[in-house]
Design a protein around this ligand. Structure first.
Ligand code: MV4
Length: 446
């Protein structure tokens, strides 16, 4: 096992990685921008290196500075966390070229899944059901019209270099398809530096269901169940739960087998997530994420498996010490993402945390780098805490979540705790009756 790991990230995920390392007797190196000199991940790490000014491109995305920090501190491996450089294939490659271990999948797998057209083609080969659409990128108007005639409207235009929903366009007939196509193409070029676009049948009321997988690259593959991430606004997830209230046992078993078979054939290593849209009992692959995700803790809570610990173990060449049969799922877990934002306008609310009191008790977990007196900087993502609760049943989980939200005190900045307090009282949410559009309507009708 590694003796020292550099954590190339900040905030709660940097702290999460630090915690896994400490429990394994691994020394940690924090890197930070000048804006994060007093951050919790820096305070707790064994060593820290300032890698640049506040802007992420000059610090958390500054590859030479990060590699230099690893070299001068004698770190053997680099954990990229999520966001920033986590899905940058050339970073993963450079880490390895400099003699460090990249704690994540191979650069080839990162690259494959980063190209959404290539990922879809791979999905077909791996036996994963996809959304019907164009065969790869559409070369011209004729190819787009052909795909639409074959699949049927409404159609969705997506960017090959995209993901996360930016630049998508719905077309309901040939005229709209022809008018939206050049717009989608130029937006794709502007956002992602790649003007390739592809078409899919537009699913109008799906749920977003994703499978957590874990693989050692030596033939060991398990899944840790699904997560329902349908509660989102502006492509930002707000609350995630597992198991999904929408799946029955047969559907759950079906998608579990599809996911583990595919990952086995792919020869993938590390943690990863296969994202699906789920509508009318059918799963449709949309993307694969080759990183640990923000919402990973709910899968840990129902499986008892520490995903970051396993990432570290498999990166060091150790096989998974268990098989799918050993993974015992228990109860229900929900994560509330708490952002430093106004809970109605969602305007960011950085600033000094005046009072801070965290909930506790059985089944309550808080992943946060906040502390009393800490100043949330304005330069980064507004996620400041994740409240994760576990219960034997969904109802027990919900009751526990309500009482934990009631205990949580954060003053001095605005947070989205009041939004979560409203959400956990909404009948549709209580009934598990929601799709990817539900939350936008809910926040709209205050
Ligand atoms: C879709 C879709 C409907 N039909 N694809 C948005 C993010 C990107 N990863 C995929 N996205 C979608 N793809 C087809 N064929 C609707 C969305 C979508 C969405 C997906 C998951 C979670 C939230 C979403 C919000 C709006 C649109």
């Amino acid at each position: 096992m590694f003796e020292k790991v550099l954590i190339a990230n900040r905030g709660e995920i940097a702290l999460r990685i630090h915690r896994a390392c400490r429990e394994m007797g691994i020394k940690t190196v924090a890197v930070h921008s000048t804006a994060d000199a007093n951050a919790m991940h820096v305070r707790l790490a064994d060593e820290s290196v300032c890698i640049g000014p506040p802007a992420a491109r000059d610090s958390y995305l500054n590859i030479p500075a990060i590699l230099s920090a690893a070299a001068i501190t004698g770190a053997e491996a680099i954990h990229p966390g999520l966001g920033f450089l986590a899905e940058n294939a050339s970073f993963a490659e450079m880490v390895e070229e400099h003699g460090f271990t990249f704690i994540g999948p191979t650069p080839e797998h990162i690259k494959l899944m980063g190209d959404k057209v290539a990922a879809k083609r791979a999905a077909v080969e791996l036996g994963i059901p996809i959304v019907p659409g164009s065969e790869g990128a559409v070369a011209d108007e004729a190819a787009a019209l052909e795909a639409a005639a074959r699949v049927g409207y409404p159609m969705l235009i997506k960017a090959a270099g995209g993901g996360g929903g930016r630049g998508m366009k719905v077309a309901r007939n040939d005229a709209e398809l022809l008018s939206q196509l050049p717009i989608a193409r130029s937006e794709a070029r502007a956002f992602f530096g790649n003007d390739e676009v592809y078409l899919e049948r537009y699913l109008d009321k799906p749920r977003h269901i994703e499978m957590q997988i874990l693989a050692d690259g030596l033939g060991g593959v398990v899944h840790l169940g699904e997560r329902d991430c349908s509660l989102q606004r502006s492509h930002q997830k707000v609350l995630e739960e597992t198991p999904s209230p929408a799946l029955n046992a047969a559907q759950r078993a079906r998608i579990g087998k599809i996911a583990t078979d595919a990952i086995t054939r792919l020869g993938y290593k590390s943690a990863g997530t296969i994202e699906f849209l789920f509508q009318e009992g059918e799963f449709f692959f949309i993307e694969m994420n080759t990183r640990i995700q923000v919402e990973h803790p709910i899968s840990e809570m129902i499986s008892g498996i520490d995903l970051v610990r396993e990432q570290l173990r498999v990166a060091s060449g150790t096989p998974l010490g268990f098989t799918q049969n050993d993974v015992k799922f228990s109860g229900h877990a929900i994560e509330c993402r708490i952002n430093a934002e106004n809970p109605e306008t969602f305007r960011p609310s950085p600033g000094r945390v005046a009072e801070y009191h965290v909930p506790g008790g059985l089944g309550v977990r808080v992943d946060s780098a906040l502390y009393q007196g800490y100043t949330v900087p304005p330069h980064y993502d507004s996620l400041v805490s994740k409240l994760i609760v576990h219960g034997a049943t969904r109802n027990e989980c919900l009751m526990r979540l309500r009482r934990a939200l009631e205990e949580y005190v954060i003053t001095g900045i605005e947070t989205t705790i009041p939004l979560h307090q409203r959400l956990v009282e909404a009948p549709d949410f209580i009934n598990g009756d929601y799709d990817i559009h539900w939350l936008e309507k809910f926040v709209g009708r205050t």
